[in-house]
Design a protein around this ligand. Sequence first.
Ligand code: FES
Length: 107
Amino acid sequence: MPHRDRYLFICTNRRELGHPKGSCAGSGSEPLVEALKSALAKQGTAKRVRACASACLDLCEIGAAIVQEPDHVAYGAVTLEDVDEIAAAVSEGRIVERLVVYRGRRS
Ligand code: FES
């Protein structure tokens, strides 16, 4: 089974409009999946880093949310303008500090 050095899990969960928790799809997360896949492919790192659509990561209020593993950090309020910076950072084993909304014990 191929295993990547790093993974980006992009929440694409969608809730009905007006739901108090909001949702990442409602905050524009769906286009982030293909944009990140494309950015990783363009820089030649798609074999080492994988971008995956995810179900709810329980970070709904700060969506669009992305979790980067194994660094165990969560990014919030991600937009298409952040994609190139995230792709470059993850490929170099770095974190985009300005987007971090949660940091686990491993980072
Ligand atoms: S809807 Fe994206 S984290 Fe819950």
